[in-house]
Design a protein around this ligand. Structure first.
Ligand code: FES
Length: 316
């Protein structure tokens, strides 16, 4: 994956644990625009690469803004980004969308919890400016921990539904109330902790089809123990490679000189997705949509394997 150098031009504390970081190109040329909901890979000072949603105005080309929550058990990623100063250099990828505004929808319901507000923010900014029908439900423990809440209150108070201090046990009840009466052709989008998104999906599923539910998931799934894996074969460009139980497809392809881009290696960023021409993938990622997984036409080769003996793949 190609990364470009960018300069930190501004750092703003949004909450006691969240900072937003503004990036520009050193030569002043535009970075954007980007599609609402997009994320970038950010290689921080410790060379750890993580995915962060963009939360600036998608139409504004001059800079990108992303927000970082300092995790209590950070292994260097978020903690190092919190130590940045204006003028420091980072390396970022071009924006990619794992979640995007569905053009066919007539109304959009955004449901965010905690730092999951970031992709929802760029989508809300875009829909607000472009007169697209939406509502935003924002769950946070307290007002002071709700990043960008003052901005949302100022810019789209009539679209914003604050749910502060709702316990985990009560979240489902609130969601059921809020999603009970949706206009026709509504799509629902969510980002937050995995357990929260599971609740949103379950409640949303009572009202809309799975294709109308969009998850932004930056959490890796727990992978089965490698001892439970079986070996199989992968064909790519007419060459056949044996994938042993203890190696991923991407490891074997890269060991053999195949040019497969990767970033997270955890099934959450979407960089390594390849086409499946033959065979049946066993999906272990958190990046493909349910519909994409059911189609069997694409797979994330950093974590996923096959239910059969052989896959025929092609570059995406
Ligand atoms: S490298 Fe990120 S999903 Fe495979």
């Amino acid at each position: 994956m190609t990364l470009i150098d960018v300069i930190v031009s501004d750092i703003t504390p949004e909450t006691p644990t969240v900072k937003s970081i503004t990036l520009v190109k050193a030569d002043g040329s535009p970075l954007g625009p980007y599609l609402p909901g997009a994320h970038i890979d950010v290689e921080g000072p410790t060379a750890i690469t993580r995915q962060y949603s963009l939360c600036s105005t998608p139409d504004a080309p001059d800079s990108f803004v992303f927000a970082v929550k300092k995790e209590a058990n950070s292994r260097g990623g978020s903690a190092a980004l919190h130590e940045l100063s204006v003028g420091d250099t980072l390396r970022i990828s071009t924006p990619r969308n794992l979640i995007a505004i569905a053009e066919e929808a007539q109304h959009h319901v955004l449901v965010a919890a905690g730092i999951g507000i970031t992709p929802m923010l760029s989508m809300a900014r875009y829909m607000d400016v472009h007169g697209i029908s939406f509502e935003l439900h924002y769950f946070a423990r307290t007002e002071s921990e709700a990043a960008f809440l003052p901005l949302l209150k100022d810019r789209c108070p009539d679209k914003l539904h604050q749910h502060l201090g709702v316990t985990r046990e009560a979240q489902e009840h609130v969601l059921k109330d809020e999603l009970a009466e949706l206009p026709p052709h509504t799509h629902i989008y969510t980002c937050g902790p995995a357990g929260f998104m599971d609740k949103v999906f379950a409640v949303a599923r009572e009202h809309v089809s799975p294709d109308a539910i969009h998850l932004e998931n930056f959490h890796a799934s727990e992978q089965p123990d490698a001892s439970a894996n079986a070996a199989f074969e992968v064909e790519l460009d007419g060459e056949t490679y044996r994938i042993p139980a203890d190696k991923s497809i991407v490891e074997v392809l890269q060991d053999n000189g195949c040019d497969v881009d990767t970033s997270c290696q955890e099934g959450i960023c979407g960089t390594c997705i390849m086409q499946v021409l033959e065979g049946s993938p066993e999906h272990r990622d958190n990046v493909l949509t349910r519909a994409e997984k059911e189609s069997g036409e694409v797979m994330a080769v950093c974590v996923s394997r096959t239910r059969g003996q052989r896959l025929v793949l092609d570059y995406y």
